[in-house]
Design a protein around this ligand. Structure first.
Ligand SMILES: [Cu+2]
Length: 414
């Protein structure tokens, strides 16, 4: 019986080792960075990122790049996500491979959380400074308090050079120029090491002599007093007084060296300016919308009415950062991430110009691998089968109009 038990124990130990080693060698290449696993309806019905522009996709350490664009805060915000009353414009990268040298919404620097209004469209810009060499998938993102991270499209950016060259200079209001990369680091090391050694010294002072059994015997036999000598007491007082003195000296000398300090600056920023979006002269009604399960496409029946004074065509449908374009109308020139760009993904049953005053019902198919790769097809698992997205119409002169669509999205099964 015992030998069987031993064998089982041995085998399970071997199995555990094997599992650990294989886990160590299993390094899948990470290409999705969180957003794919989020509920599809949530990605389609929260923040719509568009007009994104990446100033570079290769940058040397210490050089900067900007990501700019616009985002629309969808008015039909899901119930399960808190309203974006406290939101923070973030950047999705694996640690500070870039540093965020600045970020702006509506021309206002936003180092703190901001209040966004449902239904508004904002312009943003993020200035990134390269720090760690490698290939990084850089996302713009919005953190919503009580809601979680709302991840925008990610683009691969390569950083070249060496991280040891990275500097982060800053001139303080006291006129001193420091490098934030290692500023005050020596001081942190020094004080931690000093206090740690004082703790150790106190321990060593006592553990030099026998610690447990003899002392236990002394205490139980009623001779506890013999364990602490007069010298011990003096040493104890020395440590106590020394600690207080060092503390006072440290505080005093720090105040002397840094006479001007301010508390941490914090607090919500309200009154962020949205963009005044021009009144749109296109009216779109979603008659119905479906998607095939399994499948890689969604279909909409749209009734488009052109109330403007020039003929228009539908160029783009954008949902959850996936851009479906009609190549005859629109070509992307922003270097939009390949995996999210369906250059010929939008098919319109009749995409001839819709004349002013004309109303037309068309079948629109948005089709691309991205629908599956980015798991928008997983809407079938969501508790709210509705979608939302942006439609972009263009007139002959290339002027663009944006129309928000939002409707139930009904699955059809093969
Ligand atoms: Cu990513």
């Amino acid at each position: 019986m015992k030998t069987i038990k031993d064998k089982v124990a041995k085998l399970s130990f071997v199995a555990l080792l094997m599992a650990l080693t294989s886990a160590m060698f299993y390094t899948p290449t990470a290409s999705a960075h969180g957003e794919k696993s989020q509920a599809a309806f949530m990605r389609m019905r929260t923040i719509h990122w568009f007009d994104l522009d990446w100033s570079k996709d290769e940058v040397a350490v210490n050089d900067t790049m900007t990501i700019s664009g616009k985002f629309h805060v969808f008015a039909g915000w899901p119930e399960t996500v808190d309203k974006p009353e406290v939101s923070f414009l973030n950047i999705g990268i694996p640690g500070p491979v870039f540093i965020r040298a600045g970020s702006w919404i509506g021309g206002q620097l936003v180092p703190r959380s901001v209040s966004l209004e449902l239904g508004d469209t904002y312009e943003f810009k993020v200035l990134l400074k390269a720090r760690r060499p490698g290939d990084w998938h850089v996302h713009t993102m919005m953190n919503v308090e009580g809601g979680g991270p709302i991840i925008g499209p990610g683009k691969w950016v390569t950083i070249t050079g060496s991280m040891s060259e990275f500097v982060n200079p800053l001139t303080t209001l006291t006129g001193q120029t420091i490098d934030l990369e290692d500023y005050a680091l020596d001081n942190v090391y020094f004080w931690h090491a000093l206090w740690y050694s004082i703790g150790l010294a106190w321990l060593i002072f006592w553990i030099k002599r026998p610690m447990f059994i003899p002392r236990h015997i002394a205490v139980t036999s009623g001779k506890a007093d013999t364990l602490i000598s007069a010298t011990d007491k003096k040493v104890a007082i020395g440590f106590a007084v020394g600690t207080l003195a060092l503390l006072m000296y440290g505080m005093g000398s720090t105040n002397e060296k840094y006479p001007i300090t301010t508390p941490l600056q914090a607090g919500l920023m309200r009154g962020i300016k949205p963009i005044e979006m021009p009144e749109t002269s296109v009216a779109v009604k979603v008659e119905d919308a479906t998607y095939r399960v399994p499948g890689r496409a969604m279909q909409m029946t749209l009734t488009i009415t052109n109330n403007g004074d020039s003929a228009i065509r539908l160029g783009e449908f954008n949902t959850a950062s996936v851009r479906f374009l009609d190549a005859d109308v629109l070509e992307d020139e922003s270097g939009y991430p390949d995996d999210l760009l369906a250059e010929e993904g939008l098919t319109v049953s009749d995409n001839s110009p819709i004349a002013p005053g004309e109303s037309r019902t068309v079948e629109v198919t948005a089709s691309d691998a991205a629908w599956e790769v980015y798991r928008l097809a997983d809407l079938i698992y969501d508790p709210d089968s509705r979608f939302a997205g942006l439609l972009f119409f263009f007139d002959e002169d290339g002027n663009r109009q944006m129309v928000m669509v939002d409707a139930p999205l009904i699955p059809s099964f093969i």
